[in-house]
Design a protein around this ligand. Structure first.
Ligand code: TTP
Ligand code: MG
Length: 356
């Protein structure tokens, strides 16, 4: 039983690009399918499980793969199609979890802590996510559920493909100890070599090494490594509070025609939205402007920031920029205008106040 407060899920699609190709072309099912660059210097993005039998894996030169499996089907990636499916998966996650962190097209973390003490309900929710993804996409995925990110990801990896693994706090040590140190989060080839130089090959070795020895070798990263070896990880999901957004819109009794007047309204709405954002100690990553024309056609134009933002000036400027550059206005005017911010995350101010 998971008894700590946190419960994190991790979902990873199985052999994603290759599985999509097999989905769209049934003649490829059961065959070795390799998706990647097909030119002389191309590398493999992914290989179907049938192709992995030949020793083909991601990042291998395609030329090497062709030698190992001359009868394989070699395809260029179709990112647009993968994105479509990725969006379907993300929608399912957002419907089921308060916080979703998308890692890549085929991988995401999701928070199940909202189920609180009801462990079984959270596990059922994760199971339902897996089933819903399968039903909506006709593809399989692997899901891990655990008290933290590191273990959730490990859970989905260990039970691949079509897996579902719950890691309870009580079974962590038993599960981690025998694994090679390379399975620890962030341990790449270089660190792995340094660890093996110290005679540390398994997670158990790392867990039992005196802390000062690790500190000497790895500095502050040593303690972090050892915590992971114990299965401890408190990194938060860099979550978008996905379902949340803040917006305000106004419908006018008379259509608004003067562009300067429309812009003035957008400025007011933007400042209002920004002040509500600040009041809740939230940051936004997207700003959008919505306009409805007299014939009820409605358009939304959105801008995405690279970082979270709560500055009133910034949000106002962006909203005006969207209006000027991306919203066509003519003499018939508009009947509604709105400004919204989305992809909200908690600002540090809020995170700190939680500990007060
Ligand atoms: P992964 O989840 O690493 O791999 P996968 O989904 O193909 O297989 P698995 O069942 O082991 O999860 O990566 C997801 C997709 O990202 C993968 O289908 C192709 C792409 N990708 C690359 O383009 N290059 C890479 O080096 C890797 C690792 C993945
Ligand atoms: Mg995958």
């Amino acid at each position: 039983m998971i008894d700590s407060g946190r419960r994190i899920g991790h979902l990873d699609m199985d052999a994603f690009f290759a599985a999509v190709e097999q989905l769209d072309d049934p003649s490829l099912r059961g065959r070795p399918v390799i998706v990647g660059g097909l030119g002389p210097r191309g590398v493999v993005s992914t290989a179907s499980y049938e192709a992995r039998v030949f020793g083909i894996h991601s990042a291998m030169p395609t030329a090497v793969a062709r030698r190992r499996c001359p009868d394989g089907v070699y395809l260029r990636p179709r990112f647009g199609r993968y994105k479509e499916i990725s969006d379907i998966v993300r929608e399912i996650l957002r419907g089921a979890s308060t916080t979703v962190e998308t890692v890549s097209l085929d991988e995401a973390f999701f928070d199940l802590s909202a189920y609180g003490a009801d462990v079984n309900a959270s596990i059922e929710a994760a199971r339902k996510i897996k089933a819903d993804v399968q039903e909506a996409t006709r593809l399989t995925c692997s899901v891990g559920v655990a008290p933290n990110r590191f273990l959730a990801k490990l859970g989905s990896e260990l039970d691949k493909p079509d897996g579902f693994l719950v890691i309870d706090p009580e079974s962590v040590r038993e599960l981690l100890d025998p694994l090679p140190v390379g399975r620890v989060w962030g341990v790449g080839r270089v660190t792995e070599r340094r660890l093996s130089g110290l005679g540390l090959l398994r997670v158990r070795d790392l867990r039992l090494t005196p802390a000062d020895l690790l500190a000497r070798e790895f500095g502050s990263a040593g303690a972090r490594l050892q915590a992971l070896a114990r299965g401890e990880d408190d990194t938060p999901l860099s979550g978008e509070a996905a379902s949340r957004s803040i917006s305000r819109e106004l419908t006018y009794a008379f259509d608004l025609i003067d562009p300067a007047e429309i812009e003035g309204e957008v400025r007011l709405l933007a400042r209002d939205v920004a002040s509500r954002l600040q009041a809740e100690s939230l940051l936004c990553r997207t700003v959008r402007v919505k306009v409805r024309y007299p014939d009820f056609r409605t358009i939304t134009r959105q801008f995405r920031f690279g970082v979270g933002v709560d500055s009133s000036g910034m949000i106002e400027r962006l909203a005006v920029h969207l209006l000027r550059s991306r919203v066509p206005l003519d003499e018939s005017g508009i009947r509604l205008v709105g400004v919204g911010v989305g992809h909200l995350t908690e600002s540090t101010a809020r995170q700190l106040s939680l500990f007060d």
